[in-house]
Write a protein that binds this ligand. Structure first.
Ligand SMILES: C/C(=C\C(=O)SCCNC(=O)CCNC(=O)[C@H](O)C(C)(C)COP(=O)(O)OP(=O)(O)OC[C@H]1O[C@@H](n2cnc3c(N)ncnc32)[C@H](O)[C@@H]1OP(=O)(O)O)C(=O)O
Length: 289
């Protein structure tokens, strides 16, 4: 039998087309509870608005795996670890995307790295996405996906309620507290056509993947964090956004979104969950201060 070499998948590339959707842009604004004024100008997508496009799970049901994502072994390497998570992203915003523009995204598998972490075997797959709008490079997104080993013992009780709130942290320039619930998670899954069961299937996420509740999407938390930054810096143009997902958050948990300036155009942000634990650590750079 031929042994599979995951490195054979490195360097593979695929290009998808889409149209920047005004409906998706408006729905994200609704999800973020933004105060949107009507305008005759084409709407500018939120900086990470490309996440609402090129739906990765837009395939027939027969092509989905147990977790609801596309089965591995096609474009994505057949990593033998079943629990997928969003580990982080490094984003560069070259130009805004306007609703109605023709989008093209070229995705290249940049690296596949197996590691052992405190929680067991891990495999990190880095995807480099280059998104163009009407032929011009708009966003570069280096997205890290992590696959974790199966769990025999649940990481928390399936009956566990949301973890207790923590007081708002001190020492930051601004704090915005949010509490995504099942409806928020459903809306984000629908908006992105992400069919990963960990975000909506309670028996699956607790019984199979061993988490104590529905997992809040990493990109949703990262979007809420960037939105909180932009509310506090309405004059700023975001040039880069790097974040690492350090620990999971679950539906109904309070999240403190915080930020502080670390230089003229650099800012440190965090999404802090119960017990004061950092769920996402991020850096934003801007072209205006
Ligand atoms: C959408 C969507 C899915 C989701 O949204 S899932 C929800 C969002 N994601 C998360 O909640 C992930 C939160 N992170 C974790 O749970 C842990 O960080 C993780 C990934 C399980 C790793 O924890 P470990 O304790 O096992 O790992 P260590 O801290 O011991 O680190 C071991 C090595 O791995 C490197 N590493 C750890 N985390 C990351 C990361 N986020 N990004 C990149 N690299 C990471 C760490 O640096 C260590 O490397 P060394 O070279 O130093 O050994 C959807 O599926 O679509």
């Amino acid at each position: 039998m031929t042994e599979i070499n995951l490195q054979d998948w490195a360097g593979r590339s695929s290009t998808e087309e889409d149209i920047a959707s005004p409906t998706s842009a408006a729905r994200l604004a609704t999800l973020l509870e933004q105060d949107v004024t009507s305008s005759t100008e084409p709407a500018t997508l939120f900086p990470v608005g490309h996440w609402l496009h090129f739906a990765e799970d837009d395939v027939p049901m027969s092509e989905l795996g147990t977790d609801g994502h596309v089965k591995l072994g096609g474009f994505m390497p057949p990593v033998g670890l079943p629990r997928r998570m969003w580990a982080g992203s490094k984003l560069q915003f070259h130009a805004p995307i306007l609703a109605g523009q023709k989008l093209s995204r070229t995705t290249t598998i940049e690296s596949i790295t197996e590691k052992t972490g405190g929680s067991g075997s891990l495999c990190f797959v880095v995807l480099r996405h280059e998104v163009s709008a009407d032929g011009n490079l708009a966003t570069t997104d280096r997205h890290t996906i992590v696959y974790r080993e199966a769990t025999s013992a649940p990481e928390g009780s399936s009956a566990a309620p949301a973890r207790a709130d923590s007081p708002a942290p001190e020492g930051w320039d601004w704090v915005r507290s949010v509490r995504p619930n099942e409806v928020t998670l459903f809306r984000y899954s629908a908006l992105t056509f992400n069919s990963h069961r960990i975000h909506y299937d309670h028996p699956y996420v607790t019984g199979v993947e061993g988490y104590p509740g529905l997992v809040t999407h990493g990109p949703l938390t990262a979007t809420l964090l960037l939105d909180a930054f932009m509310r506090n810096h309405p004059e700023a143009t975001v040039a880069t956004y790097d974040f690492r997902a350090k620990s999971p958050l679950f539906a109904n948990e309070q999240i403190h979104l915080v930020g502080r300036s670390t230089g003229a155009n650099t800012h440190e942000l965090e999404a802090i969950g119960p017990d004061g634990q950092t769920a996402i650590a991020a850096t934003v750079t801007t072209t205006e201060s």
